[in-house]
Design a protein around this ligand. Structure first.
Ligand SMILES: Nc1ncnc2c1ncn2[C@@H]1O[C@H](COP(=O)(O)OP(=O)(O)OP(=O)(O)O)[C@@H](O)[C@H]1O
Length: 514
């Protein structure tokens, strides 16, 4: 254990749920690897040159050579020509799948709408790209495929202690009673083939839960795909999930296979499930009910066998009340729910998380001599209330490790955001002022006296929180009216209500600590 990363005196529950999938590789790989199978030398040269910065590129000119390399190596993605001299691309794809079902394969086709490529996608291929290859879209696609591979393949080891912080697995750390309950729930429901809803604030680890659920499920050898529903506009999301037929809308030049079809037999992680239009909600509900759907612009009913793991940080119940979310969809999704507590409600996990992120960052930034954090630095981090949850803690530790020139990180080496406002004293500062309406000048003075280096953001946040709470009071909590008065969308208002922890009871309250 390093200098000051002292273990808190809390109990070490070694008998707690400990699930460990087998790592795919015990090596800690820094650079992902890509296998390009194509007899065209120009393609091989182009991919080496244009993708060399994001992956180690290996090439093969025939199917036989490619398959041999694949079996001998440990690749994160494959770029496969559809027409090879010794074998048809689809047959090669089937052999790749035999070897490893989870490796993302991108087909290179001559025309944009190759039937073989469409067929391959129905079998679970990652995507296809038309030749001549354009560098930027190619790089985007390969990056996505590698990310997909890492999401589904880097094992999520669930740990109630930190003795394995040097493994290549992503450790899911937590010893607090609340996290032990989460681990137990994962162990209990992973093997049941039912939809699961993972809830919790941003940065609490919902994606890790989804990956753990997949890796301990009966479908762990099958494909795992992730879609962030908030990242796409509604019409594109519908097509991404369900596919579309040629001519379904302007720009739909060929048939496209959607994730539900592509993921047949596997697991689909729908992140930010609260962010979808009613029409998409209806289609997702239908898949949940009887695993049936139609491509956009199509009338042929298709059947799929997909396990859905959904995640959200949105107040779905309130959205149902406001008419923004389908009650029947919430009911279907809510069957099995895993709730991740915010980090401020499990501060006893902070020291082990620090230990874990510290050892990762030391390796990442090649700082083997860094001993750790002093006890008072750990105390400060354990007193902070982490509005950005574990993601924020991870970022703070990485930044400290990167910046420090000392062998031990002391409070002076911690960012102001963390040392300035702790969970204990926060109520006397910005939020208190916001709740009491004490006014911007008081807050600004307070921040100046405190030596804030984040004054603009804190003051703007104060103003925003105050304005939103005040307008909601004016409209007796009616969000539609409030959004109209504020001149912002209801979605944005809802986000702000959640992030500022504004409680709409009889009166509008801002929770202390927000
Ligand atoms: N208990 C934990 N142990 C180790 N790492 C964790 C833990 N919880 C979260 N992390 C890490 O914190 C970061 C954020 O986690 P993740 O992406 O799963 O959060 P999220 O709840 O899905 O966030 P969002 O809602 O914003 O998508 C990731 O780097 C993840 O690996």
């Amino acid at each position: 254990m390093s200098a000051g990363v002292v273990n808190p005196p809390q109990e070490r529950n070694k008998s707690a749920t400990r699930l460990r999938p087998q790592p795919q590789s015990s090596e800690y790989k820094t650079m992902p690897s890509l296998l390009v199978i194509d007899d065209d030398r120009l393609v091989c040269a182009l991919t080496r040159k244009s993708l060399g910065s994001i992956a180690d590129v290996e090439t093969a000119a025939t199917a036989a050579e490619g398959l041999e390399k694949l079996r001998a190596g440990d690749f994160d993605a494959v770029l496969l020509d559809i027409q090879l001299p010794d074998q048809n691309g689809l047959a090669v794809y089937c052999e790749i799948r035999e070897h490893d079902r989870r490796i993302p394969v991108i087909f290179m086709t001559i025309e944009a709408a190759s039937n073989t490529a469409i067929e391959a996608m129905q079998l679970g291929a990652f995507d296809y790209i038309a030749k001549p290859l354009a560098v930027d879209p190619l790089r985007d696609l390969v990056e996505k495929a590698i990310e997909q591979r890492q999401i589904s393949s880097v094992p999520v080891a669930i740990s109630a202690d930190d003795e394995n912080s040097d493994t290549s697995a992503e450790l899911f750390i937590g010893r607090s009673p609340a996290m032990l309950d989460v681990f137990k729930a994962i162990g209990k429901v992973a093997k049941q083939d039912v939809p699961i809803l993972v809830r919790g604030e941003s940065g609490t680890g919902k994606e890790l839960v989804a990956r753990a659920l997949y890796q301990y499920s009966r479908r762990s050898d099958e494909i795992f795909l992730a879609v962030n529903c908030a990242a796409l506009p509604d019409n594109l999301l519908e097509s991404e999930l369900f596919g579309h037929e040629k001519g379904a809308f302007t720009g739909a030049e060929s048939r496209r296979i959607g994730k539900f079809e592509q993921c047949n037999g596997g697991t689909l992680f729908l992140d930010e499930i609260g962010d979808m239009a009613p029409s998409v909600q209806a289609k997702v509900l239908r898949v949940l009910q009887d695993q049936r759907f139609e491509r956009v612009g199509g009338n042929k009913e298709l059947k799929t066998d997909v396990r859905i793991i959904a995640a959200t940080n949105r107040p779905l119940e309130r959205m149902v009340e406001d008419g923004d979310y389908r009650e029947d969809l919430l009911y279907r999704l809510n069957g099995v729910t895993i709730e991740l507590p915010p980090l401020r409600d499990r501060l006893s996990d902070v020291p082990s998380l620090i230990q874990f992120f510290l050892s990762r960052a030391k390796r990442e930034f090649s700082k083997p001599d860094l001993e750790g954090l002093s006890p008072d630095a750990v105390d400060l981090l354990t007193a902070y209330d982490w509005p950005g949850n574990v993601r924020q803690l991870r970022a703070v530790i990485r930044r400290c490790v990167l910046d420090t020139v000392m062998p031990v990180i002391t409070p002076d080496g911690l960012p102001r955001e963390v040392t300035g406002v702790t969970a204990r004293n926060r109520a006397t500062t910005a939020t208190q002022a916001a709740v009491a309406g004490a006014g911007l000048p008081v807050l600004v003075r307070e921040l100046l006296d405190k030596g804030s280096t984040n004054l603009y953001a804190e003051a703007t946040q104060y103003m925003e929180r105050y304005v939103i709470a005040e307008v909601l009071r004016e409209t007796n909590g009616n969000q539609s009216q409030a959004a109209e008065i504020l001149g912002i969308t209801r979605g944005k208002l809802r986000d702000r209500i959640t992030s500022f922890r504004i409680v709409l009871k009889n009166d509008v309250e801002v929770e202390a600590g927000a």
